[in-house]
Design a protein around this ligand. Structure first.
Ligand SMILES: Cc1cc2nc3c(=O)[nH]c(=O)nc-3n(C[C@H](O)[C@H](O)[C@H](O)COP(=O)(O)O)c2cc1C
Length: 208
């Protein structure tokens, strides 16, 4: 599908049908999210795929009454890492060294540079940075889903503390950034017929 056509086709779905996304399509979408760009390539977040009806019912209690978290094909959750520091950098350097066949010793300068950057950041700044990176993956995921004609609804309307507790994220050094039910739009979803509201080109774009 043409990119602008796909972006006009997508909207934030308020009511999903019972239809499930097939496993191949789901894998493809998760792969697209995995390929998202991130600062230094560190990808300081994980992507949870919640299919369990029981878990989704528990999450519903922390979703500001938005029952699409329980009534959709899969609930995707982007969760930022809470332990930003040497470990994440070391892990990335290992992968970089293997993938590009560069000795770790040659990556020492790059590694130190990133670690020094984190050292001068407050815990809050590091957490904000990790959340920002997860949002990049969300944007990519929404666009790729639209191209694949998978419906989505990005959601910030939930209580992160409740989600973290239900999902046991503290034990995994993660905290919920943003969530995204995916699936197929319900034929009765009235949001499907609403006119798009966007800034005009001249309101948005500044050319210098
Ligand atoms: C970060 C973010 C959080 C959002 N949170 C919610 C939400 O909690 N519930 C909801 O129904 N829609 C939510 N939306 C959807 C927006 O309301 C919607 O994208 C916006 O109004 C533009 O409409 P469209 O996406 O249908 O074109 C959210 C969107 C984003 C990007």
């Amino acid at each position: 599908m043409n990119i602008i056509k796909a972006l006009n086709w997508r909207y934030a779905v308020r009511q999903f049908s019972d239809e499930a996304i097939d496993e191949y399509q789901l894998q493809e979408l998760l792969n697209a999210a995995r390929l998202s760009a991130s600062s230094y390539g560190l990808q300081p977040y994980q992507l949870l795929v919640v299919q369990s009806a029981d878990i989704r019912q528990k999450l519903l209690a922390h979703s500001m009454g938005q029952d699409k978290v329980a009534h959709c094909s899969h609930l995707l959750i982007l969760a930022a890492r809470t332990n930003i520091g040497d470990d994440i950098v070391n892990h990335y350097m290992q992968k970089l060294s293997t993938a590009r066949e560069i000795p770790l010793t040659d990556l020492q300068g790059f590694s130190d540079h990133i670690k020094e950057g984190f050292e001068i950041m407050s815990e809050q700044q590091k957490q904000d940075w990790a959340h920002q990176q997860a949002y990049i993956a969300l944007g990519n995921l929404l666009t790729c889903a639209a191209i694949m004609q998978i419906d989505t609804c990005p959601m910030a309307g939930f209580e992160a503390k409740g989600y973290d507790k239900v999902l046991g994220l503290a034990e995994k050094s993660l905290t919920t950034t943003v969530i995204c039910p995916i699936g197929k739009r319900h034929p009765n979803d009235s949001s499907a017929y609403m006119q798009k509201v966007r800034l005009n080109h001249d309101e948005m774009v500044i050319r210098l």
